[in-house]
Design a protein around this ligand. Structure first.
Ligand SMILES: Cc1ncc(COP(=O)(O)O)c(C=O)c1O
Length: 308
């Protein structure tokens, strides 16, 4: 088989492919196993029962069932869901956003593929731009995502030792230099696999640096804020017009549903939605249908904080 450069790069065995193969194999072959690694969320009976009730309510209502199964949603996603997500974030955190600031994707992983390649790689003037990770180690799922080579740069962390076996990663701002080739900063918060949570002050400093350099700060909130909130300190959620916050329903207990949520300024949301349409045509309806009511009532936050 003769493969293009794209084919050669993306059809090979990458770290994330091996990880997901192992994960799928392990859980399918041994469903009783208590799975403690690889990013698959735990099975939480109370959370599962909330999703089951939502699904049953949809199945009983023929209009809702039709809109779940029988229609393509618009490229940006189910309008009602976008409105509820924006309303919740505005109400809860005072973020100045509307449905125009929200887009849906089929999981957050493909959202990163589109966003990263939209911002970095070969530019139309012939130059190259890269995504900078202000603190490594970072999520393995980013590493093979770039369509071009030398796609990422990273800053080594500062490691603060508390005692012989307890330490914290910190962003080393003395070494973090944004270059003219830097297209965006990206951090996962909490980070997979280290569990490190950037402090509010680190996020504020990154936000300021990104703002000054006129590049976006991408925050991967797959495990983080405001949901599923799998962190155990008082970190505050962060968003402004220069932030691209990427959220996911996966770690709430819905990895099979494949729903990601991009919160960004409307220019980014538009560009993202157009690119996502080329790749996916439309987003799956199940995630938004299942959780729409939970956003409307705010229960998505209490479920995250009290149960997950
Ligand atoms: C840090 C991080 N970001 C993003 C993802 C992608 O998750 P999903 O595509 O299921 O939303 C994962 C998955 O494990 C992750 O660990």
């Amino acid at each position: 088989m003769k493969l293009s450069q794209f084919g050669e790069k993306f059809s090979g065995l990458t770290g994330i492919v091996e990880l997901m193969d192992d994960l799928g194999g392990a859980l399918n072959e041994n469903p009783e196993m208590i799975f403690m690694g690889g990013g698959n969320p735990a099975r939480i009976a109370e959370v599962e029962s909330v999703f089951r009730s939502r699904l049953e309510a949809i199945i009983k209502d023929s209009n809702k069932l039709h809109s779940l199964m029988g229609i393509y949603q618009s490229p940006q996603g189910d309008k009602e869901f976008l409105t509820e997500v924006a309303a919740l974030l505005r109400r809860q955190f005072g973020w100045r956003l509307t449905a125009k600031n929200i887009a849906i994707s089929n999981g957050s992983q493909p959202a990163f593929f589109i966003l990263y390649n939209m911002l970095a790689g070969s530019m139309s003037d012939g130059s190259q731009r890269s995504i900078h990770l202000p603190l490594a180690p970072e999520y393995i799922g980013y590493s093979d995502i770039g369509l071009s080579d030398s796609f990422f740069t990273a800053t080594r962390p500062e490691i603060e030792m508390f005692n012989d076996d307890l330490f914290k990663y910190r962003v080393d701002f003395s070494k973090l230099a944004i270059q003219k080739e830097t297209a965006a900063l990206c951090v996962s918060r909490p980070t997979n696999p280290t569990g490190n949570v950037l402090t509010d002050s680190e996020v504020e400093q990154l936000d300021e640096l990104a703002g000054r350099a006129k590049i976006p700060l991408i925050i991967d909130g797959a495990y983080g804020l405001p949901f599923p909130s799998i962190l155990f300190n008082d970190a505050r959620p962060h968003w402004n017009e220069n932030t691209i916050l990427v959220l996911s329903l996966s770690k709430l207990g819905l990895p099979g549903v494949r729903t990601g949520i991009v919160v960004a300024n409307d220019e980014i949301v538009n560009a993202f939605s157009n690119a996502n349409t080329v790749v996916s045509l439309a987003n799956g309806n199940l995630g938004p249908s299942l959780v729409k009511e939970l956003f409307k009532s705010g229960k998505i936050l209490s479920l995250s904080n009290d149960r997950v």
